[in-house]
Structure formats: C-alpha cells, structure tokens
Design a protein around this ligand. Structure first.
Ligand code: MTE
Length: 320
C-alpha cells in the first residue's frame, strides 16, 4: 500500500525551496542558531565531546576542491534532514538532545568475529582526514561540506567480513524517549530505525566515507553525530546518520525510505538529472546559501570514479 505522508521531500518541486523560506533563511538560521545555543541549558558540544582534539584533520589533497565554494557552516548545522528529531529542516535545537557518549557501534553478521566498539576506541584505530565533497539531497538542494572522517573501506577491513557478505547494512539508534520524531505522530510511527545499505563494492569504493567531523571539529549533532557516512554520488538519504550498527549481510537491505515508499526511494539512489523523482524534476538543484539554481550532474559529478560500479546493472533502478 502506498503510504502518503507530508514529509520534507514529498512536495512538488515548486515548493521544495519556497521562495519566502529561501529569502528568510538567513534570519531563520540566525534564530535557530541562537535557540540551539540557548537550548534548555544544554551543554555546548565542546563540553561533551572528548574527540575534539582530533580536529581539524589533515586535508586529503585528492578531495581538496569540490568545484564550488564550501557552504557556510551555519547552513549545514541548521538546515537538516534528521527525521528522528522532527520532519522540518529546523531540528538543530531538538537534536541537541542526542546523547553522543557513551556511543557504541555493533559490528555483526557475516564477519569473522562480531564485536562492539566505542566511538573513541574506533577513532584510535583509524587515520582521520578531511575531504571536501558535494552533497545532493533528493529534494533538489545541495551543499559543499568539508567532512572529516576515514574511508568506509577501513571500517570494512576492521570488521573482516566473510566472502559471502554481499551487502553492508547500517542502522541508526531507535530511542523515542530521546528523539521526539521517533514517537508516534500524526501519521503513525515511521518504520524506525533508519536503515540504509550498500553493496560491498560500493562500501569498498574510495569515495565512500565515514564522517565523524565537519568544518574542522566533531560533527554537529544535527548533522548526525558522532558517526555517519557520506556517499557523494548518491542522493543524501543514503548517507545515514548517528550509526549504532553495521551488519554484513547476504540479502539486500531495505532502507527505511524504501520500506515507506518503494516507488520513490530505491536501493541505488544514484544522482541522475535525467531521471525525475515521481513528483519533481531532478534536473537542477538549489545551492544552499547562494540563491543559485544550477544543473545537476549525473552521479553528482563523480561519474568518472563510480560509473564502473554499475556496469552490467543497467536493468536495475539505478537512479531512484
Ligand atoms: N539519517 C538519519 N538517521 N535520519 C535522517 O532523517 N536524512 C537523510 C540523511 N541521513 C536522515 C539521515 C537525508 S534525506 C539527507 S539529505 C541527509 O542525511 C542530510 O544530511 P545533513 O542534514 O547533514 O545535510
């Protein structure tokens, strides 16, 4: 059955970035930032995150230029999709409720030996670097972000998957007490937890990145602290936030959006301007913070690196 809900990206293209919102965004962002700081006596991130001394990480010269200016940090911190904390873009203050320590990540499934590791222990096992990547949401807005983290490949190598592992499945926390968006709402409960998946070949690709920081410091709560992934050639919903479980599996994982609306959000979700979303065009994108609308590029401009991952898969729905 087709589930109809008014979610952020379930609106016609004309409303994806309403002009009034866009024009008012600077004042909206200023207000949200203030609210986040004043937010219910919450301690500032700097007071609670023991990893802050690891940043800024060294810039990887291979990813030093995304071909566009870096988006102002205030946009990324205050204009988010993080449905665990609400369906609007202004969840930054609510996301301050996210408790990021202790934070454990379970690694299981088809691996030599399942294990659970705390985020700070994991950070000791990897080499952090900075990469500047373009980020394209399925809703047709985009940013350029200086992420810090480590290649997803390093996490796969730590996990030592068996040869019969075909996919990696990622899972976000499910804690309705902490995350108000996970409580039953007007439209019922979404099928939490947030789940996303990749093929092993995608997970091992050089561009696939585990994010633990951004803008030279630990990644903000609203952006998916303390650990998320970023896959610059795919629509943003594949880049799952606040990960608590990584499983190596034989069957293709079904992501939360695919569970909700398989006709609109598929497994591959590679960016392609020529394949419209069923309810809006993907031909162009609004560059946050600039007022500019620019043409979208296939694979978000990363085609020369990733197109070969999809050879022989032409019959699949690669672009939704
Ligand atoms: N991960 C979780 N757990 N929950 C979410 O709602 N939203 C996705 C993705 N990862 C989402 C998530 C979507 S739709 C996008 S565009 C990006 O996160 C947004 O990341 P940003 O807020 O840092 O821009």
């Amino acid at each position: 059955m087709l589930i109809k809900r008014k979610l952020g990206w379930e609106i016609p293209e004309s409303q994806v970035t309403p002009q009034a919102v866009f024009l008012n965004r600077r004042s909206l962002i200023a207000g949200l930032a203030g609210a986040a700081l004043a937010g219910a006596g919450m301690p500032a991130l700097a007071d609670v995150d023991p990893s802050q001394g690891l940043y800024p990480a060294k810039l990887n010269p291979a990813y030093k230029d995304a071909g566009r200016a870096i988006t102002d940090e205030q946009y990324n911190v205050n204009y988010n999709n993080f449905y665990e904390f609400g369906t609007s873009k202004g969840i930054a203050a609510e996301a301050e409720k996210l408790r990021i320590r202790p934070w454990e990540i379970a690694v299981d499934g088809e691996v030599d030996k399942p294990f659970t590791i705390g985020i700070d222990d994991l950070l000791k096992k990897v080499v952090l670097e900075e990469r500047i990547y373009r980020h394209r949401c399925v809703e047709a807005w985009s940013m350029v972000v200086p992420w810090s983290g480590f290649p997803l490949k390093s996490l796969v190598e730590l996990a030592k998957p068996k040869t019969d592992a075909k996919y990696v499945r990622f899972e976000t926390f499910n804690d309705p007490e902490m995350a108000s968006g996970q409580q039953p709402g007007l439209f019922g409960t979404m099928p939490w937890p947030y789940i996303e998946g990749l093929t092993m070949a995608e997970a091992m690709h050089d561009l696939a990145f585990v994010v633990t920081g951004a803008y030279g410091k630990p990644v903000a709560k609203s952006m998916g602290a303390p650990i998320r992934i970023h896959l610059p050639w795919k629509y943003g919903f594949k880049s799952i936030k606040s990960i608590v479980k990584v499983s190596f599996v034989k069957e293709r994982p079904i992501g939360m959006w695919e569970q909700l609306q398989a006709s609109e959000y598929g497994f591959w979700a590679n960016v392609n301007p020529a394949v419209p979303h069923p309810r809006w065009s993907q031909a162009s994108e609004q560059v946050l913070g600039t007022g500019e609308r620019i043409p979208t590029q296939i694979y978000n401009g990363y085609g020369e690196f990733v197109a070969s991952l999809y050879t022989g898969l032409e019959s699949e729905k690669l672009y939704m």
